[in-house]
Write a protein that binds this ligand. Structure first.
Ligand code: GRF
Length: 187
């Protein structure tokens, strides 16, 4: 199978990056992670990219034209899909239009519920019965594109922000790869 070149965008821990790298070792998984883009020089995920010898590019989102620079690198690396895995910056409409290919994001809630930040805190405050995670297509509107995959679990009375995060992330490691397989099965 000819794998598509993927770029993973991160800002933090990179546990989804680590999981996708593991999955991509499988010859039947549709993507190869060719590039990592990170906008935080202190991100733990940088170590994961280095350890796996993945080409890495640090961007300064405060610099002018940083999106143009990213687009150039994406083109040079023949990237077909961008996977946002904890990338804490909204991509502009013009970036998405110019890239013109697939961009997906993983969000730690059952979208369209709880878009944005502080998800677990808001889920608990709202006394939700269930939660989960969602992979969706990225548009210029925050956490609002078409839903590709979503999985849920029941919240227990003793759950807190820490346990919800752990449970949600464990589910993310299943849902993100599943969404990628689904995308390439449907084209
Ligand atoms: C994930 O929980 C994801 O849902 C959110 O950011 C987090 C990134 O975690 N968008 P990690 O850096 O992959 O560990």
């Amino acid at each position: 199978m000819v794998k598509k070149n993927a770029c993973v965008f991160i800002s933090g821990t990179g546990s989804n990056l680590k999981n996708l790298l593991k999955r991509a070792r499988d010859y039947s998984f549709p993507i190869k992670i060719k590039l990592v883009i990170c906008n935080n020089k202190k991100a733990l995920g940088l170590k994961i990219a280095k350890k796996n010898s993945i080409r890495l590019h640090l961007v300064d989102t405060k610099s002018r034209n940083f999106e143009k620079k990213i687009l150039k690198i994406l083109r040079e690396n023949n990237i077909s899909i961008i996977c946002l895995a904890g990338y804490m910056k909204i991509l502009s409409k013009s970036f998405l239009k110019e890239f013109g290919k697939k961009v997906i994001n993983i969000h730690p809630s059952l979208l369209p519920k709880f878009k944005g930040l502080n998800t677990f805190q808001r889920i608990l405050k709202n006394r939700e019965v269930m939660t989960g995670c969602t992979v969706h297509a990225v548009t210029e509107n925050l956490d609002a594109g078409k839903i590709i995959s979503k999985k849920s679990f029941y919240i227990k009375p003793k759950d807190n922000e820490i346990s919800l995060k752990r449970k949600t992330q464990n589910l993310e490691y299943k849902v993100f790869p599943e969404a990628i397989i689904k995308i390439y099965r449907n084209i």
